[in-house]
Design a protein around this ligand. Structure first.
Ligand SMILES: [Mn+2]
Length: 330
């Protein structure tokens, strides 16, 4: 049960009533409101208190991410770029930050083509411990310098709770990657950090588990979360992962949070990126995050799926035409 508290009202008597009912609760300040989440519902449904503005029963295992209580879609502002409005936002850049000159070249090219956020990994979660692991803080510094020179906000991944404050000091949005999307300690930490979060769906996660992962972040008072579909693991081997467009649409129907899609990682092959990107925006994605490299064959990670700059320019033209056809813009 969600108790929405009247502005500036004392909640001590409400909390006392919840305790007397032997129920559990959590107080969260989010979207300019104070909310008391109390469970289980059957113990608290008859509670009345002067401080309650509204009492809402959410019929799902999650509360704050649900659109059953919050009217209207949430807009997440990333360094001045709004995600979740009618404009579709494209983030683009290399899989990993490798070198300042290369990143500068890519950033200028993707901005010219219409991207409004720069992506690039400084901490890389690689399947093998012997693969390139990223440049760490040196990579973050490069990202920051390029971001300021080119004028694009930055999204980059954090893998460890110990790095959250450091990454926050360089980035405009923190990405939680697919392999960490049920690392609940890390989710709580980025929730407390109060920075916009791009939450990838783990490749073994159901839609409900994905929404519950977002609930961890919101329950710490951070409402700036964008959910990102990036493909799940199925029996199909012709693609790297299976992009779950249906699951992405279901998530969008359940939540007020913006939805993104990553067409690069499920493709695993640069020729497949464009059709998956187009499918995702037709299905309602508010944001795309695409891997682009100035010289993909020389890339230190994910070289097969990174688009060339020319391919990205062509993709942006197609995206613009499709966005217009569905009443949106890029
Ligand atoms: Mn990658």
């Amino acid at each position: 049960m969600l108790f929405i508290v009247k502005e500036n009202h004392d909640i001590s008597s409400l909390l006392e009533k919840i305790r007397m009912a032997s129920a559990s609760y959590k107080v969260v300040d989010i979207y300019g409101k104070r909310i008391v989440i109390a469970w289980p519902d059957n113990l608290v449904e008859n509670i009345e208190d002067i401080s309650i503005d509204a009492k809402i029963r959410v019929r799902k295992p999650y509360y704050l991410v649900s659109n059953e209580w919050k009217s209207g879609k949430t807009i997440v502002n990333v360094g001045g770029v709004e995600i979740g409005g009618s404009r579709i936002v494209v983030a683009a850049g290399p899989c990993a930050v490798e070198d300042e000159d290369i990143l500068m070249e890519i950033a200028k090219a993707v901005k010219r083509a219409g991207a409004s956020i720069l992506r690039g990994g400084a901490y890389k979660p690689r399947t093998s411990p012997y693969s390139f692991q990223g440049l760490g803080e040196k990579g973050l510094k490069i990202l920051k310098r390029v971001s300021e020179a080119v004028g694009l906000p930055v999204v980059t991944e954090v893998m460890d709770t110990r790095d959250v404050e450091l990454v926050k000091s360089y980035a405009d949005m923190i990405q939680i990657g697919a392999r960490n999307s049920q690392n609940f300690t890390l989710l709580r930490e980025v929730g407390r950090a109060k920075i916009p979060v791009l939450l990838k769906r783990g490749f073994g996660m159901t839609v409900e588990e994905w929404l519950l992962a977002a609930e961890y972040i919101l329950s710490e008072g951070n409402g700036d979360v964008v959910l990102c579909e990036r493909g799940i693991r199925t029996f199909e081997k012709s693609t790297r992962f299976t992009i779950d467009i249906g699951g992405m649409v279901i998530a969008k129907m359940q939540t007020h949070l913006p939805i993104a899609a990553d067409p690069s990682h499920p493709a695993g092959n640069r020729d497949l990126v464009e059709p998956l990107a187009l499918a995702a925006i037709v299905a309602g994605a508010d944001m795309l995050i695409v891997e682009v490299h100035a010289n993909p064959s020389k890339a230190l990670s994910d070289s097969e799926q990174q688009l060339t700059v020319e391919m990205f320019e062509k993709l942006m033209k197609r995206l613009k035409a499709v966005a217009e056809a569905i009443g949106r813009s890029i």
